[in-house]
Design a protein around this ligand. Structure first.
Ligand code: BG6
Length: 459
């Protein structure tokens, strides 16, 4: 049998958020986001400088090009281009993304844009309680349409919410600009619903107005294993996946809420702001691809879940160790077969191209100022996950658009911890010492360079 090859159009690249890369938190008219006022902790940094990509994007893009990448997923920071979120647009902020995107295209790097990655403009958090309010939903759709119109000639790949399923779990209260309230299920369902309406409106806007743009849903895919073959464990794992994976993709693909979720809303008398007209809009929704982040899998035991807990909250209680898997220092398991399982399951169910746009391993590394960091563990992680992706394509028949690693030039982790690094390039700073922010390729940089050059053929 001849060796099967990934298509030459396959995307290889890097993926980031704006607050984890840009810095320049108060420059050129940027407004404050909720992240900009978060103080540094004992072991974490503030978000003001990140890796200063605002001023160093040319150098970072050169490194990505040298690695043979052909896609970079960025986020357009809402508060940079519209300081209050619902007021005047900031031309200087838009001009920055013009420069960044043009610089990508000059290097043969295709941009993918995400419109929201947890950093609500502070004005909207303080005055409207973030996505609890329809005012914020409308303001976000206005911002999204403006960005789509402005960049449509250069940006063909769009996602709306990073890890949309986090808005259907307790994490929602940290990432949606929610400042007031008692974190009830009613509030969770209202916020999730508002974000779902925002996603669908922008997806429908793209499909009604632009033939050549592609937009997809994006989840932190929950690859869940039952701890035992007890039917209750298997049922609980299924329930989590229905609520946290498929419910969201079902909405993105025009099927509306999962029947299980709808039934739950009804039976538990959940008071969420779900309006009939929204559900009509949902019917028009289409996804050109289904994107997801994947770092690890989770194993659960139904016995650990107290009575009367909503499926949205099962994972707060149910996690157990999986003795078959190794984990990194933060307890995130290393499970490439779980990655294949995720891709294949999604493709089997939706028959829409799948796009893993975040994958990687956080490791503790300190550069001695002289020698190359030998990150063999990272190389092994990406090697095994790319091989698993190829198995999903060649052995399971899935269609996959590309593979983007997360933070392949080091960035602060989501908890503002620079010591948890994902990069193939080291950025010389620590949590409280900015040093010189020098970019230093690690061993994995050269590994990626080689693997990407031949489109993954050698794996
Ligand atoms: C995803 C987020 O959950 O995972 C990123 O989209 C985050 O913002 C990434 O950085 C890795 O998680 P962490 O906590 O290790 O940074």
């Amino acid at each position: 049998m001849t060796k099967r090859k990934l298509p030459s159009s396959f995307f290889w690249g890097n993926s980031v958020s704006s607050m984890q890369t840009e810095g320049a938190w108060n420059e050129d008219g940027k407004g404050l986001s909720v992240y900009d006022i978060r103080p540094a902790g004992k072991n974490t940094t503030d978000w003001h400088v990140a890796i200063d990509e605002y001023h160093r994007y040319e150098e970072d893009l050169d490194l990505m090009k040298d690695m043979n990448m052909n896609m970079y997923r960025i986020q357009i920071s809402w508060s940079r281009v519209c300081p209050d979120g619902d007021g005047e647009f900031n031309e200087k902020g838009i001009a920055f993304y013009d420069l960044l995107i043009n610089a990508m295209l000059e290097r043969g790097i295709e941009p993918m844009v995400c419109l929201y990655h947890f950093d609500m403009p502070l004005h909207l958090a303080n005055n409207y309680n973030g996505f609890m309010s329809r005012h914020v939903l409308d303001a976000f759709v206005r911002f999204g349409k403006k960005m789509i119109d402005h960049f449509s000639d250069r940006v063909k790949y769009w996602i709306v919410f990073n890890e949309h399923n986090l808005y259907f779990q307790d994490e929602v209260f940290n990432i949606s600009g929610y400042e007031k309230g008692s974190k009830t299920l009613d509030d969770m369902y209202t916020i999730f619903h508002h974000t779902a309406v925002a996603h669908v409106r922008l997806a429908n806007y793209i499909h009604e107005n632009y033939d050549d743009l592609k937009i997809g849903g994006m989840l932190a895919y929950q690859q869940i294993y039952p701890e035992t073959c007890q039917p209750q464990d298997i049922w609980t794992a299924k329930k989590i996946q229905e609520f946290l994976n498929f419910n969201i993709y079902d909405i993105d693909t025009g099927h509306g809420y999962s029947p299980e979720v709808m039934q739950y809303i009804q039976d538990n008398n959940i008071q969420a702001d779900i309006q009939a007209a929204d559900l009509v809009e949902f019917k028009q929704a289409k996804a050109d691809f289904l994107a997801f982040s994947y770092y690890c899998s989770w194993t659960i035991s139904s016995e650990k879940i107290p009575d009367n807990v909503a499926p949205n909250r099962y994972l707060n209680f149910a996690g157990v160790e999986n003795k078959y898997l190794k984990a990194n220092d933060w307890g995130w398991t290393i499970d490439p077969l779980g990655f294949r399982n995720a891709i294949t399951t999604m493709y089997d169910r939706y028959r829409i191209p799948i796009f893993p746009i975040e994958n990687g391993i956080g490791l503790k590394e300190v550069w001695d100022g002289e020698h190359m960091i030998e990150d063999d563990e990272r190389i092994a992680y990406h090697h095994d996950h790319i091989k698993a992706l190829k198995d999903a394509v060649f052995l399971d028949g899935a269609k996959v658009l590309g593979y983007l690693g997360w933070g392949l030039i080091d960035i602060p982790s989501s908890h503002a911890d620079v010591e948890k690094r994902y990069g193939a390039v080291y950025v010389n700073r620590s949590n409280h010492d900015l040093k010189d922010l020098k970019r230093v390729p690690k061993k994995s940089f050269y590994w990626f360079q080689k693997i990407l050059k031949d489109n993954g053929d050698s794996l």
